[in-house]
Structures are given as structure tokens and as C-alpha cells.
Design a protein around this ligand. Structure first.
Ligand code: SF4
Ligand code: SF4
Length: 145
């Protein structure tokens, strides 16, 4: 009976009136992120020098399944390391798998909590080293024991 169906529908609505809201007023209200949340991969920095601690080994670039990391570097002066001149990460291709952070031997790249990355152009999703280091300055070691 059509009338009976409507009453049933109102009954469902009426029961929900006295229950706690499931929705929140984003972005004014935010849910806490899970501890193992994986947001934008970023470069961690040395707290003393504020420089990215990346040593230019290219492990992250080589292991990335979507090839969204690209680097250019020059040999470091007398330290056996390489100076990373260019480090870019295309967030539009990143699938947030965390393999780059897992492979990094010095925890220089980590998974941050950054997820609000909306932009109006594809170019806006390409992050340079300085931008990654700025976000990474406060990021935790994702795979720390
Ligand atoms: S999270 Fe995965 S897809 Fe994204 S940069 Fe790292 S390895 Fe590549
Ligand atoms: S794996 Fe780590 S140290 Fe090596 S290039 Fe990537 S971020 Fe730098």
C-alpha cells in the first residue's frame, strides 16, 4: 500500500532525529586522521640546518611504481654524497603506496598527513624540493621503529 510505505519512511526519519549526527561540518570540523594515514610524500629536513636530509641515492625514484619522482643532482664536494639540485614529485600520479618512504635509507622522505591538495591545473600538483621540504619540516618518520 503506498500510504503505508510513506508512514514507514517517516518512521525511519523520526528514529534518526534522536541519534547522534554521523556527518560533520567540514572544513570547520575535522575528524582525527588515523595514525598510519598516508598523505603526500614529503622531504624531511635537518632541524638544525633546515635543509632536506636527502642524500641523492635515487632509491625512491627507482622504486616508485608510477614514476612520479624525478631528480637531478651533482656530485657533493668531498663528502661522497650527491647534492640534489632538482627533486620533483607529481602528486597527480602518486598512489600514496609509501614504497618511497620504505626504501629511503636515511628516512629523508616520509608520508605526511597532507591531503587537501586540490588545485585547478595539473602543473599545480607538481611539487618542487623546497615545497616538499617545507611540508616535511614537521612530518614524522613514517616507518620509524
Ligand atoms: S607513495 Fe608510492 S607512488 Fe607515491 S611517490 Fe612514493 S612510491 Fe611513488
Ligand atoms: S631514497 Fe631518500 S635519500 Fe635517497 S634520493 Fe630518495 S629521499 Fe633522497
Amino acid at each position: 500500500m503506498p500510504m503505508f510505505d510513506e508512514i514507514k519512511g517517516f518512521g525511519v526519519t523520526f528514529k534518526r532525529l534522536f541519534k547522534k549526527d554521523l556527518t560533520i561540518e567540514y572544513p570547520d570540523e575535522r575528524r582525527a586522521l588515523e595514525e598510519r594515514f598516508r598523505g603526500l610524500p614529503v622531504l624531511r629536513t635537518d632541524p638544525e640546518t633546515q635543509e632536506a636530509i636527502c642524500v641523492g641515492c635515487s632509491m625512491c625514484e627507482r622504486i616508485c611504481p608510477t614514476q612520479c619522482i624525478s631528480m637531478e643532482f651533482t656530485p657533493g664536494v668531498g663528502n661522497g654524497e650527491r647534492d640534489v639540485v632538482v627533486y620533483t614529485l607529481d602528486a597527480g600520479r602518486c598512489m600514496y603506496c609509501g614504497l618511497c618512504a620504505k626504501a629511503c635509507p636515511v628516512d629523508a622522505i616520509t608520508m605526511s598527513n597532507a591531503f587537501e591538495l586540490s588545485v585547478t591545473t595539473r602543473e599545480g600538483l607538481i611539487y618542487q624540493k623546497s615545497q616538499l621540504a617545507e611540508i616535511g619540516a614537521t612530518a614524522r618518520e613514517y616507518f620509524a621503529q
